[in-house]
Design a binder for this molecule. Structure first.
Ligand SMILES: [Zn+2]
Length: 314
């Protein structure tokens, strides 16, 4: 499947395929939620199809096997459990499979996602595969954190950078998917780096309701009517990165009435949010409840200008 914002990459790929100058390895980068896997599958289908013209035909033996998920020359490498790393055994198995003679197609194809989720030995194993590519092999590595990939891997891939669509295009596409309210869509798009599929996923997980909860809690913090110990325990179950990005947007758009005429407090509160975002992204073994409590107390204290030092806890 090709999403409207992927047309340029698809055209580039098709041109390379038609001119028989496809690279052995493609790195598909860009923020999450742009449909990278769907595009990679579409590319693989094009390569394996027996009657490829503009797209794969969907009818031939190869297309049917691929659709059924049983194509012998195509491999998908993903972590065995969500959130875990891809194991070196999985890469070793792949390498072994790649050396076998094709039984069906002239091509062998592989999709690895997320390619940034491996340890060093798995990368080294993968590197060998990239260093000694066999003819008619296409490896597609998908990563939203390409900076985490070793340079040795990066340098052997052609980079296809997926760009998020402009707001107008994203809105038009999302409105075709369901009856969503434009303001809500704009807010969620801003929260998800303009990635339309992330917005759909947020709707699926009841994201809008939970942002309303954050809204209410934040207002209560500003008026000092919140119990940080109780609320911090609820907040620890939220996607904190999303929560604090959302708070940042709220402050920027000045939708919080309590802050309208208090410039100093806007900046103090903004600093609290930024500090929390920094801590979230820099530390691995954070005590989440403590961090949220500290944040709530600091926002409440900013009313009387006795904001505590954030970093005292860490
Ligand atoms: Zn076909």
């Amino acid at each position: 499947m090709i999403y409207p914002w992927q047309t340029a990459q698809w055209q580039q790929f098709k041109q390379q395929l038609n001119q028989q100058r496809l690279p052995h390895a493609i790195l598909m980068s860009g923020v999450e939620g742009l449909g990278q896997f769907a595009l990679a599958e579409h590319m693989v289908a094009a390569v394996l199809c027996e009657n490829f013209t503009e797209h794969h035909c969907g009818q031939c033996h190869s297309c049917q096997l691929l659709a059924a998920g049983t194509h012998p020359e195509h491999s998908v490498i993903k972590p065995e459990e969500v959130g875990k790393q891809i194991k070196i055994e999985q890469i070793r198995e792949l390498k072994q499979k790649q050396t076998l003679t094709s039984t069906l197609s002239t091509w062998k194809t592989v999709i690895i996602e997320p390619a940034d989720s491996m340890n060093i030995s798995a990368y080294n194993s993968l590197l060998k595969l990239l260093e000694e590519p066999q003819d008619n092999t296409l490896l597609i590595l998908i990563s939203s954190h390409a900076n985490k990939l070793p340079i040795t891997i990066l340098s052997r891939c052609q980079n296809y950078v997926l760009q998020a669509p402009l707001e107008e295009q994203a809105l038009a596409w999302l409105k075709e998917q369901g009856q969503y309210e434009e303001n809500e869509l704009k807010q969620l798009l801003a929260l998800s780096s303009q990635a339309p599929l992330s917005v759909l996923a947020m709707f699926d997980s009841g994201g809008v309701d939970y942002l309303e909860q954050i809204d209410q809690d934040f207002k209560a913090m500003l008026t000092g009517e919140i119990n940080p110990v109780v609320r911090a325990k609820d907040w620890q179950n939220f996607d904190l990165e999303l929560v604090f990005n959302y708070l940042q947007i709220l402050i920027k758009s000045s939708v919080i009435k309590q802050l309208e005429h208090d410039n100093k407090r806007i900046w103090t509160t903004y600093d609290c949010i930024i500090n929390t975002i920094k801590l979230l992204s820099s530390s691995h073994n954070l005590n989440k409840v403590l961090l949220i409590e500290q944040f709530m107390v600091s926002v409440m204290d900013s009313k009387t200008d006795k904001t505590r030092s954030f970093n005292s806890l860490f």
